[in-house]
Design a protein around this ligand. Structure first.
Ligand SMILES: [Zn+2]
Length: 388
């Protein structure tokens, strides 16, 4: 692996240029510019070194860009690197958001950590491979996707057209390997009452008070998860109420109350499991209260991720991290959800691996530059070893 060099000044200037291109997700902040400009920057750059570049047009001028380094044989083991180009908003940042600043080995700016560092590593890894005239057996695909911070339109579109034997999402992981994370379900619970004048206790049914019974049961359900055997990497599942609305005015019995809940799931739990669990909870309350009427609906479901630790990719990525930077990576789980689950659901075993730093979605955000260099080297080594 010694013949692969990472040009550190190019890596730094690439990260700075990526930060300078505002790519705030317009679904989060309506004035955000989205991903078209940054996709074109990346596309030109990778076309310039001879990669096959394609754009996937999403709605409202949102864009993915996918660059392919073709292998010398069709059917060889292929690897995909996947990173998202959108960021959260830049209001209220404590350092310049779009003009990267460097201090004590840290690069500050919006997206430095989440995740333009990872994008710069992907670009520079590809450049190093081309410079070294590497021709691997299998394809290396670099996917730069839109909208991870909101609804993951980018990776959803990506997996319709592209596949690989395995993938690495290059989100920051402190040079450890995330092999599992929890999923989530968002559900609504509509509780029905009976509208009546506020004086008519004889006919009115208070939907908000009835919803209270659901909330009490929901909290008990969450406490009950403590009794389950925890997942080795992910602990226990959880559930909580997120939003509540109901009622029309002070002097009327409310006819309706809506509660929206979030259920964080383990890899063993399906959408059907979450639906059944909520339905049973409501049936249990109905059994003790004739006036309790409610319906539940899971309106968004994202599955959890779990990749077996003995898969080829985990083995090679661990080995390369050990050989190239002398670190034994921890195989860890994360509480939060990522695009990796969409890739994994599409049949591409996927893990997360990236540099260190801090401040995702926070007023101060930075990437640790030394770990970014190390990450880039490990990506190169892993691509060569996996695709050969
Ligand atoms: Zn991210």
């Amino acid at each position: 692996m010694t013949n692969f060099q990472v040009d550190e000044s190019t890596l730094l200037s690439t990260l700075k240029e990526l930060i300078a291109i505002e790519s705030v997700n317009p679904s989060l902040v309506p004035s955000g510019k989205g991903e078209a400009e940054i996709a074109e920057y990346i596309g030109h750059r990778l076309e310039g070194i001879g990669l096959e570049v394609q754009y996937q047009q999403l709605r409202h001028n949102r864009k993915n860009v996918v660059a392919m380094m073709r292998g010398r044989e069709s059917g060889g083991q292929s690897l995909m690197l996947n990173g998202h180009t959108d960021t959260v908003g830049i209001a209220g940042m404590e350092t310049p958001a779009l003009t990267a600043t460097c201090k004590e080995g840290k690069v500050y700016g919006r997206g430095a950590f989440d995740m333009k560092g990872g994008l710069a590593a992907m670009i520079c890894a590809a450049e190093s491979l081309v410079k070294a005239k590497t021709r691997m057996k299998g394809d290396l695909t670099l996917a730069f996707v839109a909208d991870e911070e909101y609804a993951s339109l980018g990776t959803e579109e990506l997996v319709k057209e592209y596949t690989a034997s395995a993938a690495i999402v290059t989100e920051p992981t402190n040079l450890d390997i995330i092999v599992a994370h929890r999923g989530f379900a968002w559900a609504s619970v509509d509780v029905s009452g009976k509208a009546a004048h506020g004086s008519r206790y004889d006919i009115g049914v208070d939907a908000i008070a009835k919803a209270g019974k659901f909330l009490v049961a929901l909290e008990e359900m969450d406490i009950g998860f403590n009794a389950l055997k925890p997942h080795r990497l992910l602990g226990r599942p959880s559930v909580h109420a997120s939003l509540i609305s109901g009622g029309t005015e002070l002097s009327t019995y409310p006819e309706h109350c809506r509660i929206e809940v979030e259920r964080r799931t383990l890899p063993t739990e399906s959408k059907q499991d979450v639906e059944d669990e909520l339905r049973r909870l409501l049936e249990g309350i109905s059994a003790t209260d004739n006036d309790f009427r409610a319906e539940s609906k899971v309106f968004l479901y994202r599955s959890a991720l779990e990749v077996p630790q003995n898969t080829n990719l985990v083995r090679i990525l661990s080995q390369q991290t050990r050989i190239i930077i002398g670190k034994e990576p921890h195989l860890v789980g994360a509480g939060w959800w990522t695009d990796a689950a969409l890739l994994n659901d599409a049949g591409i075993p996927t893990v997360l691996f990236g540099h260190s730093g801090e401040g995702a979605h926070a007023p101060t955000e930075y990437a640790d530059f030394n770990s970014l260099v190390q990450m880039t080297k490990v990506l190169i080594g892993t691509a060569v070893s996996f695709c050969s």
